[in-house]
Design a protein around this ligand. Structure first.
Ligand code: ADP
Length: 172
């Protein structure tokens, strides 16, 4: 069986990771890929239930997602991960593991400025974070370490959803 692919979408809450993943998955399926999605919000309800938002817990969360993603990708699945994953080192570890397994991995930076994502406020969380009602909120009161050399860099405030999906497909 041929090895799969890992597509890791990182970026601030509301940047567009889930939206892009949902649009990308059927396009890949149509191309013959077997696709699985690991979405950060769903993972925190299951695999990582109980973890918080300290650096240690965030790193544990990413290690768990990375572990599962790599297991799947090793066996021919195209895995789409949508997770804020704010720390560079944690992301690098997962991507290195993929390389060790011969898995093709893409780091996709889903990028929009803080004023744009907080104006979108898809989940109503920025308002609360800015008011101090939510602590450790990435981009407001917790760090986000942007990828230095992402394989794909998408400015979702400048591109349409279709252009964003195409930018990833072009790199595969
Ligand atoms: P995240 O998963 O990163 O937290 P979401 O996908 O939940 O973000 O929300 C992103 C929001 O931005 C959605 O309301 C989406 O419609 C909007 N949006 C605007 N332009 C784009 C784009 N080019 N790609 C993805 N989402 C976009």
């Amino acid at each position: 069986m041929s090895t799969g692919t890992l597509i890791w979408l990182t970026g601030l809450s509301g940047a567009g990771k889930t939206t892009i993943t949902q649009a990308l998955a059927p396009r890949l399926t149509a191309l013959g890929h077997k696709v699985e999605i690991l979405d950060g919000d769903a993972v925190r309800e299951t695999l990582s239930k109980g973890l918080g938002f300290s650096k240690e817990d965030r790193d544990t969360n990413i290690k768990r997602i990375g572990f599962v993603a790599n297991l799947l990708a090793k066996h021919g699945i195209t895995v789409l991960v949508s997770a804020i994953s704010p720390y560079r080192d944690a992301r690098r570890e997962v991507l290195l593991e993929a390389a060790k397994n011969g898995v093709k991995a893409l780091e996709v930076f889903v990028d929009a400025p803080l004023d744009v994502v907080s104006a979108r406020d898809v989940k109503g969380l920025y308002k609360k974070a800015i008011a101090g009602e939510i602590k450790h909120f990435t981009g407001v009161s917790d760090p986000y370490e942007a990828p230095l050399e992402p394989d794909v860099h998408i400015r979702t405030d400048q591109k349409t959803l279709e252009q964003s999906v195409d930018a990833i497909l072009e790199r595969l």
